[in-house]
Ligand binder design. Structure first.
Ligand code: PLP
Length: 852
């Protein structure tokens, strides 16, 4: 990694710099970066629509009718200056300069590419000037304004393309020296210069390229592209409702997606980042909290289709010739004609008598006149047919070739639609079909359904655009604690803090789990929440109880003295011999987590029914400390030690009736439990008495807005597939968090607030003595100020408790409103592993529990 400094390169598009609201957003984003000790280099576009208007102005100037349109461009900027509360004459000189350029064009009646580039560059230059002054008013630090033309230089070989240049992007000492003493920089996208100080443009989407060039030159630690969508989707979300946000792509895949029609990022911007190994983050100014797509060199899941994209308005040129193609030099002659007419080609397919090419519409616009010239030239050598209004539909993903057998059924849709050209990239990243444009939406929708919707992979695929919208707008209002805010406030009128549990949510969560029809029994993991009313609710909803200590077993037996013993399952770890004996006396099934008990005290298990807990050796979970598999974890029997137990099992007539695996907590991959089921089923053949496979808990919940939830129907489908192969086994699960986490909130009153440089602290009546998880595993809990739910979030607050430990933080840098003593602060998802871990450290009693 070339990154050894803390510069982050942030690129903002035209919309982001067009209104006060969006500039405020930019300032807020910079503040967040600063709070993390980052230095920020902003590259931006011209104000929305200004580039097109400047382009049009040139045409109007040639006709001498530009005054009205010129004033329109000035007005757009004057309006912005007013919104930003900047001096009205700030850009007067700039306006004058543009006016003189237009006068000149008008006078001469002609315009060179050099002058065109200079006119077009004004939009970015003006926006930077306004932006610098606005930001200077928001920050104490000096905001340094750079003219991009002093640092970005066009390649001059073979010749300079003034309107669509490529630039050099090696590490740049001069630039690094210039910015050394600053921490906020602002500069323009889209423009650069020649070594002779002539202005050049970087072509359509050029601001993305500028940002990538600058990032490479200063070896930034990351490049963030801020746009109005949260990232790259598996298909255009306007076309495919089920399209899902891609959480990660590697550079090659991103390049392919961008080139194949995904419009979020210009494909040219990827190369500089890739060569300098700078990760690209796509972020949304509309929803800055969504993580978006990360593009980097990491190899993610191979052999998976990442997207179905389309390039529309493709023109095909089909050339027929009787057996001429094999003749030496014939192809060269054909392509020489394309070269002569300056037409570049995208896809090519050849057969014995036909060559079909598609014209590249990403970088060129081929006029009718030019096309006619080309056709005329070609007609001398072969029969030519031109087809307009085609669409190039691509399936993108690394190693598409390797998964052809899996995706083959999807191709049956081409029985209905004619494919004019089929191309498979040599890089093995895409498969492209050119079809009639009128069919493209249908083809894309069916391919997406078959290749992505039906084959989800939750590591890579995020939520759909619709889910994202809901979680921002209506999703929040759906939470139980919002509907029951009045009840919560009443609970807190007589206390300073409380854990509040919503029993209705316990029932709903259990109901969801019961929709997994492949599962025969659900055991609720008591260690996640042992509140009697919560347990009673679970009992009534039909769950069993998974217990990890004699204490928990007795707690359950006290609450439900007549409970059927088969509804209790005991999963101890490094427990004392006496504990096993006592539980076995009560006729409760248990699982052995190690070979030690069987090797050293086999007699206590003689004639008993037991489970063996194997180590699936694929630790999963939200944090290393909650992973419970693999050699570094103390849980489970390694697979290859199971065989050693067979002799002792036989001689003591111990019945191994089940196998058990539990790999961690907070798992969000739908396929996980089916993987366990398959693993256990394959292992079970060694033990003839096995009837039950306990697949463990670990069912994750959505903790951050960008996470996608588990889908019960997918879990069910994957388990049913295993069950069809191994119908002799019953499947059990033992979730804790999934049932109890979102049913509980921790609410506490504000004691004091404190501002320390960039840090805003909100102090609560209780902290790690009530909720250990953030201090113990750095886990994330969404936190809101319940007393000011609708207030604007002005700070990045760190929420702390009153315990004398520096790790007594419940949340770090949470967007938060201005907060006052006595406000009620609510910490979400505190129902699991919350109160059960509480302690009286500092002699402060933890929050008490209230059920509603
Ligand atoms: C903790 C635990 C569970 C429950 O885990 P969750 O992540 O809360 O679902 C299930 N089984 C065993 C053996 C456990 O130790």
């Amino acid at each position: 990694m070339a990154t050894n400094n803390s510069w982050q390169l942030l690129k903002f598009g035209g919309t982001s710099v067009s209104t006060r609201r969006n500039w405020d957003n930019i300032a807020r984003i910079i503040k967040r970066k600063q709070a993390k000790g980052k230095k920020v280099f902003v590259v931006h576009s011209a104000v929305s629509s200004v580039s097109n208007k400047l382009d049009a102005l040139i045409e109007l100037a040639l006709k001498g009718e530009y005054i009205g349109a010129f004033e329109e461009v000035v007005d757009i900027h004057q309006k912005l200056l007013t919104e930003l509360e900047l001096p009205h004459n700030l850009l007067d000189e700039e306006y004058g300069f543009l006016k003189r350029l237009l006068d000149g064009i008008s006078l001469l009646g002609e315009v060179t590419e050099r002058v065109r580039a200079l006119v077009m560059s004004q939009g970015e230059l003006w926006a930077t000037k306004a932006g610098q002054l606005y930001l200077s008013n928001q920050f104490e630090e000096v905001v340094l304004r750079l003219d991009a033309r002093d640092y970005l230089f066009a390649h001059e070989t073979p010749s300079i393309d003034y309107l669509c240049a490529n630039c050099e992007f090696e590490r740049d000492e001069a630039l690094l020296n210039a910015i050394e003493d600053s921490s906020i920089i602002i500069s323009q996208g889209f423009i650069a210069s020649t070594r002779d100080n002539e202005t050049v443009l970087l072509g359509r989407g050029g601001s993305d390229s500028s940002a990538a060039y600058f990032a490479a030159k200063i070896e930034a630690e990351r490049l963030e592209i801020w746009t109005d969508v949260p990232g790259i989707f598996t298909a255009n979300p306007n076309q495919v409702a089920n399209a899902r946000l891609l959480k990660q792509l590697n550079y090659e895949e991103a390049q392919e997606m961008a080139s194949a029609g995904a419009k979020v990022l210009h494909p040219r911007a990827i190369r500089p980042a890739k060569i300098s190994q700078i990760p690209i983050y796509i972020r949304s100014t509309v929803d800055p909290d969504i993580d978006g797509t990360v593009i980097s060199s990491t190899e993610n899941s191979w052999g998976m289709v990442k997207g179905v994209t389309a390039k529309e308005e493709i023109t095909l040129v089909s050339m027929e010739s009787q057996g001429m193609w094999q003749q030496a030099g014939f192809l060269a002659d054909i392509f020489a004609i394309f070269k002569r007419h300056h037409v570049s080609v995208d896809l090519v397919s050849t057969s014995e008598t036909n060559i079909t090419v598609s014209l590249d519409n990403l970088t060129q616009v081929v006029s009718q006149k030019r096309l006619a010239g080309l056709v005329k030239g070609l007609s001398a050598m072969c029969r030519v047919e031109v087809m307009h209004d085609c669409s190039a539909v691509s399936i993108v993903g690394k190693n598409v070739r390797a998964i052809l057998h899996k995706i083959a059924p999807a191709f049956s849709i081409f029985e209905t639609y004619k494919v004019y050209l089929l191309s498979q990239a040599a890089s093995d990243l895409n498969l492209t079909f050119v079809i009639d444009q009128e069919h493209s939406s249908k083809v894309i929708a069916s391919l997406h359904e078959l290749l992505i919707t039906n084959n989800p992979n939750s590591e890579i695929l995020g939520p759909t655009a619709k889910e994202l919208k809901q979680s921002n707008v209506t999703g929040e209002t759906k939470k139980w604690w919002q509907a029951k805010q009045g009840i919560i406030e009443k609970c807190l009128s007589e206390r300073d803090s409380a854990y509040i549990y919503d029993l209705e949510s316990v029932r709903n969560n259990i109901q969801n789990l019961h929709t997994i029809s492949a599962v025969d029994k659900v055991f609720f993991a008591v260690k996640s929440n042992n509140n009697p009313e919560v347990l009673k609710t679970a009992y009534e909803a039909g769950t069993g109880f998974e217990t990890v200590s004699l204490g928990e077993v007795n707690h359950v037996l006290t609450l439900f003295p007549n409970i059927d013993r088969s509804r209790i399952f005991f999963t101890p770890n490094f427990a004392d011999k006496k504990e096993y004996e006592k539980v076995l006396e009560k006729e409760i099934r248990l699982t052995l987590d190690s070979t030690y008990p069987l090797k050293h005290w086999p007699e206590i298990f003689a004639g008993k029914e037991i489970f063996l807990r194997v180590d699936p050796n694929i630790g999963k979970g939200h944090h290393a400390n909650v992973r419970t598999a693999g050699a570094t974890s103390k849980f489970g029997i390694p697979m290859d030690e199971l065989a050693e137990l067979i002799a002792v099992i036989n001689s003591y007539k111990i019945k191994v009736v089940g196998l058990h695996a539990h790999a961690g907590s907070g798992i969000l991959s739908n396929e996980h439990w089916a993987e366990h089921a398959r693993l256990l089923a394959e292992t079970a053949s060694q033990f003839p008495n096995v009837k039950y496979l306990n697949l463990g808990g670990g069912f994750g919940i959505k903790e951050r807005s960008q996470q996608s939830e588990l889908t019960m129907s997918h879990i069910d489908a994957s388990l049913q597939a295993v069950q069809a192969e191994y119908p002799q086994y019953q499947l059990w699960i033992e979730p804790g968090r999934y049932i109890s986490a979102n049913t509980g909130v921790l609410v506490s009153k504000v004691t004091q607030v404190k501002q320390k440089q960039n840090y805003y602290y909100v102090g609560l009546n209780t902290g790690m003595n009530s909720l250990m998880r953030p201090a113990l595993y750095g886990s994330f809990h969404n936190i809101v100020n319940l007393s000011r739910l609708n207030a604007e979030k002005e700070h990045l607050a760190t929420i702390v408790g009153p315990i004398c430990e520096s790790t007594d933080k419940l949340g770090v840098e949470i967007p938060f409103p201005k907060t006052q003593e006595g406000d009620l602060i609510l910490i979400e998802n505190a129902g699991a592993y919350g109160r059960v871990m509480a302690n009286e450290y500092n002699m402060r009693m933890p929050a008490e529990e209230v059920c509603i």
